[in-house]
Design a protein around this ligand. Structure first.
Ligand code: NCD
Length: 305
């Protein structure tokens, strides 16, 4: 039985197959409409979510399966003190696969060790968010045709943003990738990513503070929200929250090939005036998220179509 804790749980070849499957689902959705009939997905969300949880539920329903779960820790037995391990043992009797989001780093991993069903990490604290990364990879590959030879700018909260951490981990395995990290001093990427992932693989990167200075050289601009819930004090958040605002003026400095991605939710970091720019791909990204989660459910349940 396989779980998904990190994008590295799949080899590059396995990822290619998964993304191919997602593209096939996009083209021929009717072929997959009953593939998971009789199967149940549990969504165990201990932390707020709109997109990820509903995207998982939509994915399972579009495969002909069913869903159950909870969307907030207060309405689950966690409020009575139940451990994640006990919860997952019980859920294993109710469902065939589950997606778990938790505010504690490593909670889905703990669950996977005792689970009788595949566990998908749907975001654990400031650590990883592998299914957002699958979404990002599918979006980039579908819209550019490849995952090699890219200069990727990641902008905003690179310290607490788990989508950023997972995406860097996944992209360093492709050829000729370079990164531009755009953040205020306080929100730079963690040292463990700089040392264990980037330096270890000899991947080129630069760290800058001003988006205007680098936007012209980027193929992908991955904007992120300042992660308010992970700050120790509100003053720091207020000081940093509007550090970056991508607007039409900055988009004028970018090339025609640029794709703007964002895991969403957006707060202020992308002005709504950018939404109509053909280079804004963040709402198309949401749609790819459903296809890739459908492909992931099929893969982990070993359903052949
Ligand atoms: C992201 C997350 O939860 O980490 N959202 C999402 O799942 N699409 C990004 C965020 O909350 O800023």
């Amino acid at each position: 039985m396989r779980h998904l804790m990190s994008p590295l749980d799949f080899s590059v070849e396995e990822l290619d197959r998964l993304l191919d499957l997602a593209n096939d689902i996009e083209k021929y959705p009717e072929k997959y409409a009953h593939a998971c009939a009789g199967k149940i997905l549990a969504t165990l969300f201990y932390e707020p979510s709109t997109r990820t949880r509903l995207s998982f539920e939509s994915a399972m329903l579009r495969l002909g399966g069913q869903v159950l779960g909870f969307s907030n820790a207060a309405s689950s037995s966690a409020a009575k003190g139940e451990s994640v391990s006990d919860t997952i043992r019980m859920i294993s009797c109710y469902a065939d696969i589950c997606a778990m989001r938790h505010n504690k780093e490593g909670a889905p991993m703990v669950a996977s060790r005792v689970s009788g069903i595949p566990v998908i990490n749907a975001g654990d604290g400031g650590h990883q968010h592998p299914t957002q990364t699958l979404t990002d990879l599918l979006t980039i590959r579908s819209l550019t045709g490849h995952l090699n030879h890219l200069t990727i700018g990641l902008c905003g909260d690179l310290k607490f943003g788990r989508t950023v951490h997972s995406l860097i981990n996944a992209l360093v395995r492709y050829d000729n990738i370079s990164f531009v990290f755009i953040s205020p001093e306080e929100l730079r990427i963690p040292d463990y990513i700089r040392e264990d992932v980037l330096d270890a693989k000899g991947v080129p990167y630069e760290e800058v503070e001003r988006l205007e200075d680098v936007i012209g050289g980027l193929d992908i601009l991955y904007m992120t929200r300042v992660q308010r819930e992970r700050f120790f004090n509100e003053e720091d958040y207020v000081r940093l929250k509007d550090f970056y605002i991508l607007d039409k003026k900055k988009m004028k400095l970018a090339g025609p090939q640029l794709l703007v991605l964002h895991p969403l939710p957006r707060v202020n970091e992308i002005s709504v005036e950018v939404d109509s720019d053909p280079r804004a791909a963040y709402f198309r990204q949401v749609q790819y998220g459903v296809y890739v989660r459908m492909a992931l459910i099929l893969t982990l349940l070993e359903v052949e179509v």
